[in-house]
Design a protein around this ligand. Structure first.
Ligand code: ATP
Length: 263
């Protein structure tokens, strides 16, 4: 394989900023799900861990939905991190992670936007997905595991397996993978330190600036049924989507609902 495409823990470590230096980095050739691997080890963790899989065979999205991959065509990794907040105060975290990821990708000229609650879109299609799982820690804080799947170069076959148009990033696919991963890790570590100190407040305006459907009519679906229809105004301090509906303003909790632009 092209040397630039090979992932290597030491090469990622070399490029880590201050906030990311405390992270133990692991690279594995293949695993089912890096999130599942780290969730299974949470009670034994002493410090943050980044687990990167060259190939992930059973990636997951929210509510057990699958995250599909092609070997070599994407970055799949998870970061386990301890936060001082209790689990119930982490509603905005997945959105804050979306902001950190989107800002990093935009600094690399990717022109991405955010779809509530936490998908990264490029040209209106999904480029990356984020799955945040968590478990209460013994000290009253929370261990979170943040999983990210970023499409670099996908095939028509993968797109037909997903069942809708998806985005990729051929220019990023040519970048040194260790450098790309280090840039993402640096941004995530910085965002997590910021979230620990200030919560979602530090990300609110940034999220709304990146909002893909600002002032557009959208549907909120629950198990395929339209729960709400309205104009998407943005997100609030809890990470809820603020919708202007005919019945008035509704603040929608992420839970397991999905957003779709209205036709
Ligand atoms: P939705 O995309 O329906 O709004 P969601 O935002 O909750 O749901 P996630 O749970 O984050 O989505 O991700 C899982 C979904 O992403 C799958 O149901 C599938 O539609 C889509 N998907 C799976 N693999 C990929 C991929 N490699 N690239 C883009 N989209 C994918």
């Amino acid at each position: 394989m092209n040397k630039n495409l090979q992932l290597n823990a030491a090469a990622i470590e070399m490029r880590c900023d201050q906030a990311a230096r405390q992270v133990d980095i692991e690279v594995v050739a293949e695993t089912g799900s890096t999130n599942a691997d780290l969730m299974a080890r949470l009670s034994a963790l002493q410090s943050p861990v980044l687990r990167v899989a060259v190939h992930q065979t059973a990636g997951r999205g929210r509510a057990g939905r699958p995250w599909l991959t092609v070997p070599g065509g994407m970055l799949t990794f998870s970061l386990a991190w301890h936060l001082p907040q209790a689990p119930q105060n982490l509603l905005g975290l997945p959105l804050a992670i979306g902001v950190a990821l989107a800002e990093t990708l935009n600094a690399l000229d990717q022109n991405v936007q955010l779809k509530w609650p936490n998908d990264i879109l490029r040209e209106g299609k999904k480029l990356a997905g984020i799955l945040v799982e968590s478990a209460a820690a013994r000290d009253g804080g929370t261990w979170v595991v943040i999983g990210i799947g970023l499409n670099l170069q996908v095939s028509d076959q993968l797109e037909s397996e997903v069942g809708r148009a998806i985005a990729d990033a051929p220019w990023l696919a040519k970048m040194d993978r260790n450098d790309l991963l280090a840039q993402l890790l640096n941004a995530l570590a910085k965002a997590l330190e910021q979230f620990a100190a200030q919560g979602f407040a530090a990300f609110l305006t940034r999220w709304n600036t990146l909002h893909a459907y600002a002032r557009q009519t959208v549907h909120i679906l629950d198990h395929g049924q339209v729960l709400h229809r309205g104009t998407a105004l943005g997100v609030d301090l809890h990470g809820c989507l603020v919708l202007q509906t005919e019945q008035g303003q509704v603040n929608v909790l992420a839970g397991d609902v999905s957003l779709r632009p209205a036709e």
